[in-house]
Design a protein around this ligand. Structure first.
Ligand SMILES: [Zn+2]
Length: 241
């Protein structure tokens, strides 16, 4: 592509508006199969992603951005702040705020102490240790929840894997492998439970038919609330770590 991949595009304030010019973080993405230019917000990076079909011009992309610039800035401003794995950082675990506490002189990797995630050892290893800790917690908590749902439906998953998918919280492969985003460990237990039940139910029905939803509803009663929680709070989970 001829234009830079990522840049800040400055849009003038709308005429007559008492507003500064807008500096919009933009990522240009080549989209070989697209028919037209499209625009979305990437919640993880907090930027506008403009997908460009072959032969689309930068000028046409900018025109679209200009048309929806105010909307884009509103959406980006509304995103939860990015949380880096650093001492003092706050993040959810099971829906409860926890704080990362660095204990350089202690030993034992990373562990919970009340609502502190205690991370031992050198600061250089802290990020990695928090990430490993959260993934291990996710694997443990998800595995514990899969078992009763699988038993209730008389199915056995082939394997349980963790991923860092941006677009889905869970998936069920045709071979019976269940995959989940490790980020679910941050959500309240009942939300995680719904996602787990959903994927386990796919072991019975590889579709979203009435029969499928009947299985899900046998397993959990919080379906709608969980879907709503993920819709509202989910994007913030993508901005952690
Ligand atoms: Zn599904």
């Amino acid at each position: 592509m001829r234009f830079p991949e990522s840049e800040f595009v400055t849009l003038p304030a709308p005429p007559g508006a008492l507003a500064p010019a807008m500096e919009i973080p933009v990522r240009w993405r080549a989209s070989p199969r697209a028919r037209r230019i499209s625009m979305r917000i990437c919640p993880r990076e907090g930027e506008v992603v403009i997908s460009m079909p072959p032969r689309a011009t930068r000028r046409a992309g900018l025109a679209l951005l200009e048309e929806h610039g105010a909307w884009a800035m509103e959406r980006i401003a509304a995103l939860a702040p990015a949380v880096d794995f650093a001492p003092g950082a706050e993040l959810l675990l099971g829906g409860v705020p926890h704080r990362i506490r660095h204990a350089p002189k202690s030993r034992g990797g990373a562990f919970l102490d009340g609502t502190d995630i205690v991370v031992t050892g050198g600061i250089a290893f802290l990020r990695r240790r928090v990430a490993d800790f959260l993934r291990a917690e996710a694997k443990r908590r998800i595995t514990v929840r899969v078992a009763p749902h699988a038993a209730a439906l008389g199915v056995t998953p082939r394997a349980i894997r963790l991923k860092d998918t941006r677009s889905r919280w869970g998936s069920c492969a045709p071979d019976g492998t269940l995959a989940f985003s490790w980020r679910l460990v941050m959500a309240p237990g009942w939300v995680m439970d719904y996602v787990v039940a959903h994927e386990v139910a796919h072991l019975r029905e590889m579709n979203h038919s009435t029969r499928f939803w009947a299985h899900v509803d046998r397993l959990v009663t919080v379906r709608e609330a969980a879907v709503e929680w993920l819709r509202v709070e989910g994007p913030a989970l993508l901005r952690v770590g």
